[in-house]
Write a protein that binds this ligand. Structure first.
Ligand code: ADP
Length: 393
């Protein structure tokens, strides 16, 4: 048995879990949000405790120190030496990493080099590793990359139709993200349906960030995000794919810099941009104004367009799987997406199963040609599984 500390660091927040492996028992689930502000929020849950403290946390280093101290103070662990392995979610593994790896100086140099492709995220991921490598002595640290599950995608899919020198010089290509979630959800699908009935699946990870993957016999062959998480389908605040000439048009006509336009495409577009109301699907679903309806219709149409394209690429389809915030919680959105492809694919949702039932379940009817499932994603458990696997080698 090993205790795995799972660390998922973002630019202003860190999420933690301690998971006992191989039994996948979560000892605690904690987070620190709004790092760098005066009202940072620390939360920690255990089966016995539910803590929320608001106070200033200056830096990621302070956040990590505070979390480790709280682990002992709240008796989650008796001593930090009870942490056996630390698994880090790392945003970008570039072309270096096809799988999770134990971090050594070579791996850490490569993660640093990849800051060019994911400046904000890789930098903060790496610094959390460096700090914890000092605080937690003599343990293995494992890097689990958001990109590595997509590294089997073929050249004809990952190459952009721009001068090839940009790939050769700067590695500009499709990488894809949310790989840990796509991998986890595809593994659970295979457990539920059996390997023979889950050879060709499409996973729709529909959260605030959203992406779709085509998975054949457990291997990802296509995914919607690209060089960065800005590409692909419509998201909460991201535009997804669009005609690149729009960038120049907005710059010239609205007197914006390239940084302004990229910020608009990342933070003010998607559901928020179309509705002018919210990036939160719940708010749009509760609203009847025509821009909210348009945003929902465009969102569902884009997802079903990708399902259609990936159906062709897979050469058939055994299952469509919905996961993440919107995918797991909105029966309405699932039904609407499937209704767009119903005629072409004879995929039929069972309304009762769609609206009610346990967390992970089949929601298609018996007559449906394609199975439809809802599965709760769990990136932390996937990180713990990989960390545990590598710690045994
Ligand atoms: P991320 O990890 O990308 O930040 P999540 O997977 O947590 O996002 O998904 C968050 C989104 O899920 C919210 O913005 C909200 O739009 C959506 N969501 C959560 N619950 C529901 C619900 N009951 N119905 C519709 N959408 C929901």
């Amino acid at each position: 048995m090993k205790n795995i500390l799972v660390v998922n660091a973002g630019s202003s927040s860190i999420k933690f879990q301690i998971i006992q492996m191989p039994q996948e028992k979560v000892l605690t689930n904690a987070s620190i949000e709004k790092i760098g502000e005066i009202d940072s929020i620390f939360k920690m849950k255990t089966p016995e405790l539910n803590i929320k403290n608001i106070f200033p946390v200056k830096s990621h280093e302070d956040a990590l120190n505070y979390f480790l101290q709280q682990l002992i103070e709240n008796k989650v662990l008796n001593d930090l030496s009870e942490i056996n392995v630390c698994g880090h979610r790392i945003a970008h593994g570039g072309e270096y990493f096809r799988d999770s790896v134990i971090i050594d100086s070579d791996v850490s140099d490569k993660i640093e080099k990849l800051c060019q492709l994911a400046p904000l995220h890789n930098k903060v991921n790496l610094s959390c590793y460096q700090i914890l490598n000092v605080l937690l002595k003599d343990i293995i640290h494992v890097a689990v990359f958001d990109t590595s599950f997509h590294q089997d995608i073929s050249k004809e899919i990952y190459t952009y139709a721009i001068p090839y020198k940009y790939y050769e010089k700067y590695n500009i290509r499709k990488y894809g993200f949310h790989g840990t979630s796509h991998k986890y959800v595809s593994l659970i699908t295979s457990e539920i349906l059996g390997a023979k009935n889950s050879e060709k699946i499409i996973v729709c990870h529909l959260g605030n960030g959203a992406s779709i993957s085509a998975i054949k016999n457990g291997v990802c062959i296509n995914t919607s995000m690209g060089l960065s998480p800005l590409g692909g389908i419509i998201m909460g605040t991201r535009s997804g794919n669009l005609d690149p000439s729009i960038i120049e048009f907005i710059m010239n006509n609205d007197d914006k810099s390239i940084e302004d336009v990229l910020s608009i495409l990342n933070k003010e577009s998607g559901l928020l941009g179309i509705s002018s109301k919210s990036n939160d699907m719940r708010e749009l679903l509760n609203s009847t104004d025509k821009q909210s309806v348009l945003a929902i219709n465009m969102y569902c149409r884009k997802v079903s367009d990708y399902i259609g394209a990936y159906f062709m690429h897979l050469g058939g389809l055994d299952a469509i799987v919905f996961t993440a915030g919107v995918g797991e919680n909105s029966a309405y959105i699932r039904e609407k997406i499937i209704s767009n492809i119903k005629e072409a694919t004879n995929t039929i949702i069972d309304n009762d199963l769609n609206e009610n039932g346990s967390k992970d379940r089949i929601i298609s009817s018996k007559e449906s040609n394609v199975k439809v499932l809802v599965i709760s994603t769990n990136e932390e458990v996937m990180i713990a599984k990989d960390s545990y696997r590598l710690s045994l080698i």
